[in-house]
Design a protein. Structure first.
Ligand code: GAL
Length: 966
């Protein structure tokens, strides 16, 4: 009868899950007495430490540290046979129950316990519960005396029969991860309230009134108001109830109902909610219980190949979200979640999937408030044992319990548009049982489950109304949708794996989604890089008390972002937990900018002197946006012109006169800087929303001076050493062939990293130098790779042509280009090209073309495991400046360039950032070709057009410089 090894024991003494929000009457967050025992059967000792609740003990106690595995279950063999070594946290504190609670029903609410909770009050069992991401509520009325002081003990057992259901790809922790409190109600109370509110204005409120006594008091009644106006009882329903002999004395199921055709429907774009109050009264009109909710009126339904929100086929621009924090592990605050969801909104997301469990309740409250559609997912991932468990009758109750308790908790949220049965748990009868429960209980929402369609995108209909594959190739979804016989919408539950330098070809996915009937979007994997802040001095988690120790994505000196293995955890899956769009401190990575532009509410096309402005939203007009044209060329911003946007409805287009092209023949772009014109709940006025752009004039091919060098200035005489390498006073290393990049996570996991390793240090097998009066031609051979470099003098500098011949035997390379290294003292880079962030050939949408400046130190993205980064795509001219002078590189055509403090080998050698030592010099890569970043760490490799084939690659560039090596 151990609760931790009985799969059929899900809880004991638990109050049924419900959607009635109950405010803490006595908050119990804060410091608790704590002991970490080696097992749940170990005796509790005399010595108590202390711990912060809510929080994981794994980030607060050195006795049991975080452990990261993706698929691997924590112990081998039968998952229901729980290991004897089983960290168990005993939490204890004293609480004084308010004297005013005499006669009330008193409930202990434990927000979440990982993975089994056992509660006692003064040593008397109060109950137990499982599911690490749902609350356990226990009626403790009989165990406490109002006015008295009692000892609450919460024992949390880490490993259990339920661990197999919680085998998600994330850190294993232990502890009480959400708030604990007591609340009190009248014995006669609202056990639940179910709100059904449709966009038409129909409101149905089904209450469940019950009592802890034998029968409800005679003459009890229920009343409700919406926005202050009464919602009447549904008399017909009420009469039926009264006549129905099956309705018991202890339970009332009243229905209230109103038709309010004037309501504004809720949508992610316009998340309007109305306050609803439901009250239970006694015969004398005294209020016995009352709850307040916020109601959003909206419809969701699947109609053939379309998922419709309020009748509209809304694109799902989603992201997968875990409860995550780098100090606490999983405990989040409302302030953090608000900042997180606001950031998602600012970057164009309109949906989250609560991967892979019910997220903290405030996440859904905030999704309702800020406007995000939610796929609410149940806490079921049996990954390592998926096949056995999907049909294991011992686990049938747990499947239905986890799914149904989630639905009961979350059903009143307008943001929740789809229920998900869980993740990566194969597909079996247990899923169908859980799906059947939802189909009966909540026919208002569709269901999805990836496992049900994994092997057959046309199968699994009982458990899925949506075809929700993970990481499909673009070709696979497009060809699937090409068959008009398909009957369900396709919305990818995971795609565009954001691990390290990634999210290649997101623009192509979106081009396909927006143009292919049946494709309706997806959820990027994932939002967070799950790096835990680790102190370098002792290797322990910094823990909640450390406070923020980070900046701009990087951990502060003395700390690092830990990933699998860093706490001595084994086996582990290394950096695979660092696969998000934001760093652990919520700093956006480049994939965020890419998404933002693709999701822009406004799209532009230029024809002649007219710009067509299309409102890409589904519901809103453009009045919430302010706009200004920024006219830019290589010399910077030429003009900023305010714009009055045409006021066009969602889906409609209007026109604007194209801004005047300035005189001259320089390439010129007009970028529409869109900002919020008013304070939005998720974006204060002036927040940048997107930067769509049009090219006003193509390049006239005049050679921009860029550097501001005086005519004829520069360093004389081209010198090529006898080693065949260009000498230049501002370079410590001249331009030599570079075919390698520090493997990205995608490169490494796809096996390219190893395949390309010999490119890291090329051995020259042949050198021939041909010097003539006006040029030096150097022929280098590195085995079968030929690099011919021709250097000629040019006004103010020199011109270099690199002709690189790649043999057929090497048909897929990371890069083909040259690398050089400046003297120290070049600290700033300016460029004209994609920016301001990092861009790569298959990830350019997020970087409008413009004139940008960055410090060299910052022109680099601190991915958790150092890798190729800092690339700038489509660079027309690059200028380095600093105390050492000015150095300008001007390629023949827009090229991939980077200028950072690191050589590829430096990045490759470091496993974490703290191990990187920035050079004083600046390392510049100039590429004739650079392989796209793709998403191969989980999902499709770089698409064919972004791979580098054999043959001749040619690159011409000028180098001009003035200055003094310091
Ligand atoms: C999916 C899984 C996620 C995560 C991802 C890879 O298969 O659902 O939880 O593991 O792959 O990062």
């Amino acid at each position: 009868m151990n609760p931790w090894d009985s799969p059929d024991l899900l809880g004991s003494g638990r109050i049924a899950a419900h959607a009635v929000p109950r405010a803490p009457g006595v908050p119990l967050d804060g410091s608790w007495r704590f002991q970490l025992l080696p097992s749940p059967v170990s005796p509790v000792g005399e010595q108590w430490g202390s711990i912060t609740v809510p929080g994981t003990w794994t980030t607060q106690h050195p006795g049991d540290l975080p452990w990261y595995t993706n698929v691997t279950h924590p112990w081998p063999g039968n998952p229901a046979i729980v290991p004897a070594k089983n960290p168990t946290g005993v939490y204890e504190r004293d609480v004084t129950v308010p004297a005013g609670w005499a006669g009330q029903r008193i409930v202990l609410h434990v927000g979440a316990a990982e993975s089994v909770l056992i509660a006692t009050v003064d040593g008397v069992p109060a109950g137990m519960g499982k599911d690490s991401h749902l609350a356990t509520e226990l009626d403790v009325t009989a165990l406490v005396t109002p006015g008295g002081t009692h000892t609450i003990r919460l024992t949390v057992v880490k490993w259990s029969d339920a661990t197999v259901l919680e085998d998600q790809d994330q850190w294993w922790h232990g502890g009480l991860t959400r708030s604990v409190y007591l609340y009190a109600t009248n014995p006669v109370h609202l056990a639940d309230v179910r709100v059904t509110a449709s966009a038409s204005g129909r409101l149905v409120v089904d209450a469940r009134v019950t009592t802890t006594g034998d029968r409800l008091p005679d003459g009890w009644a229920v009343a409700a108001t919406l926005d202050g106006a009464a919602v009447p009882l549904d008399q017909e329903f009420d009469l039926q109830q009264r006549a129905d002999e099956r309705v018991s004395d202890w339970l009332g199921l009243p229905r209230l109902r109103a038709d309010l055709p004037g309501v504004t429907p809720w949508s992610a774009e316009n998340p309007v909610r109305y306050p609803l109050t439901v009250t239970v009264l006694d015969a004398g009109g005294t209020v016995l219980d009352s709850v307040s909710l916020k109601v959003g009126f909206r419809d969701v339904r699947v109609d053939g190949r379309d998922l419709l929100i309020n009748g509209e086929r809304v694109f799902i621009r989603g992201v997968n979200r875990h409860d995550f924090d780098p100090l606490t592990g999983r405990t989040v605050t409302e302030e953090q979640v608000r900042a997180e969801l606001s950031l998602m909104k600012q970057y164009g997301f309109n949906a989250i999937r609560t991967s892979h469990y019910p997220n903290a309740p405030m996440v859904l409250d905030l999704a309702d408030e800020l406007g995000l559609y939610v796929v609410a997912e149940a806490n079921i991932e049996t990954h390592d044992h998926a096949h056995e468990i999907a049909g294991d009758p011992r686990y049938l109750p747990a499947f239905v319990d986890r799914v149904s308790r989630m639905v009961c908790r979350d059903r009143n949220h307008p943001s929740v548009i789809i229920w998900s049965l869980g993740n990566e748990s194969d597909y079996g009868v247990n899923h169908d049982a859980a799906a059947a429960w939802i189909r009966h209980d909540d026919p208002t929402r569709p269901i999805q489950y990836e496992g049900a369609i994994r092997d057959d995108w046309d199968g699994g209909a009982h458990a899925g109304d949506i075809v929700c594959p993970m990481y499909p190739s673009l070709d696979a979804i497009v060809s699937w949708a090409a068959d008009p016989g398909r009957t369900r919408p396709l919305i990818m539950c995971e795609y565009s794996h954001a691990m390290g330098n990634s999210n290649g070809s997101l623009a192509e996915y979106w081009a396909a989604i927006e143009s292919t009937p049946g494709l309706q979007g997806g959820f990027i994997w994932e939002f967070w890089d799950h790096g835990i802040l680790q102190r370098l001095s002792d290797g322990l988690p910094a823990g909640p008390a450390a406070g923020p120790q980070w900046s701009s994505g990087a951990a502060a000196p003395g700390y690092r972002w830990a990933y699998g293995g860093d706490f001595g955890d084994a086996p582990h899956d290394g950096t695979f937990c660092a696969d998000g769009l934001v760093f652990p401190d919520r700093t956006p990575k480049p994939g965020m900018a890419e998404h933002r532009e693709l999701a822009s509410p406004v799209r532009l096309t230029l024809a002649g002197d007219v710009v067509t402005v299309t409102n890409r939203q589904h519901f809103n007009g453009l009045s919430w946006l302010a706009a200004a044209w920024e006219i830019t060329s290589a010399d910077g911003t030429i003009a900023v012109l305010p714009v009055v946007l045409p006021q066009v409805a969602a889906g409609e287009s209007g026109i604007l006169p194209a801004p005047q092209v300035p005189p001259g023949d320089a390439e010129t772009w007009a970028t529409l800087r869109l900002t919020s014109a008013v304070d939005m709940p998720w974006a204060p006025e002036g927040t940048e929303i997107a930067r769509p752009q049009v090219r006003l004039r193509a390049e006239g091919r005049s050679f921009p001076t860029g550097s501001g060098l005086p005519a004829g200035a520069g360093l004389p005489a081209v010198v090529v050493g006898d080693d065949g390498v260009l000498r230049h006073p501002l370079l410590v290393a001249g331009p030599v062939l570079s075919l390698w990049r520090a493997p990205t996570d995608n490169d490494r996991i796809a096996g390219h990293g190893e395949r390309w390793r010999d490119l890291a240090s090329l051995t020259r097998t042949h050198l021939h130098i041909d010097r003539s009066a006006d040029r030096t031609v150097v022929e280098n051979r590195y085995g079968d790779v030929i690099h011919v470099q021709t250097v000629t003098a040019a006004p103010g500098g020199l011109t270099v042509t690199d002709e690189i011949t790649i043999p057929d035997t090497r048909d897929d390379l990371p890069r083909v280009g040259v690398v050089l290294e400046t003297v120290p003292g070049f600290d700033t880079l300016s460029w004209y090209g994609h920016g301001p962030g990092e861009t790569y050939p298959d990830r350019t949408a997020g970087g409008p073309i413009g004139a940008y400046t960055s410090s060299v130190d910052r022109a680099f993205t601190p991915y958790l495991r150092p890798q190729e980064s800092g690339g700038r795509h489509g660079v027309r001219v690059l200028t380095l400046t600093g105390p050492a002078g000015t150095l300008t590189l001007h390629p023949d055509t827009p090229r991939q360039i980077s200028a950072t403090r690191f050589r590829a080998a430096d990045l490759d050698a470091a496993t974490h950032h703290d191990a990187l030592v920035p050079r004083a010099t600046t390392v510049v890569h100039l590429d004739a070709a650079h392989r796209g970043v793709g998403t191969a760490s989980c999902g499709p490799d770089t698409r064919a057009p972004y791979r580098i084939g054999p043959g001749l690659h040619r690159l011409t560039w000028t180098l001009r410089g003035v200055g003094q090596p310091s």
